[in-house]
Design a protein around this ligand. Structure first.
Ligand SMILES: [Zn+2]
Length: 154
């Protein structure tokens, strides 16, 4: 069991995980949660950075399966994005868009989200575009294929 996969990885916050070793995303429960605040985002950031640090090998392995050629990984970029996360004041709360990334900043939609979904959304946005082959990022579809293999439900 990896260190971050505990019942309360953030003080007072219950998170359900997949039992499968390769699935690093939270196991989303069907609960609505409360409206996301910057305070909740800040608490989730450290955990997401910890997942990225502890799961490098797992993440690299799943991306490598999807790539032709030799992939390179930029985990610092992933963590910079996590640390840049802000609450969006532009995006209208919409059940289909939990978060998005523009110019290295992750924007979270201020809507009701469980902690699992908030953590998963940060991890999802962080892992986009970190894998390159010959200087080119994978297309969104390929990224999503890998993220699903890692336990996301995108
Ligand atoms: Zn995506």
């Amino acid at each position: 069991m990896v260190a971050y996969k505990m019942k309360r990885p953030i003080k007072g916050v219950y998170v359900r995980w997949h039992a499968d070793r390769n699935q690093i995303f939270p196991d989303y429960r069907d609960v609505s949660g409360s409206v996301v605040s910057m305070r909740r985002i800040n608490k989730a950031k450290d955990l997401v950075n910890k997942i990225i640090d502890e799961e490098r090998a797992t993440i690299e392995r799943e991306f490598t399966k999807r790539c032709s050629g030799k992939p390179r990984f930029d985990f610092d970029f992933a963590k910079e994005k996590v640390n840049s996360t802000k609450l969006s004041s532009v995006v209208k709360p919409d059940e289909s868009v939990y978060g998005m990334t523009t110019a290295g900043t992750i924007w979270i939609t201020p809507m009701k989200m469980s902690d699992e979904l908030l953590i998963g959304t940060l991890l999802h946005e962080a892992l986009h575009d970190i894998c390159t082959v010959n200087g080119k990022v994978l297309c969104e579809r390929d990224d999503h294929h890998v993220l699903r293999a890692l336990g996301d439900n995108c």
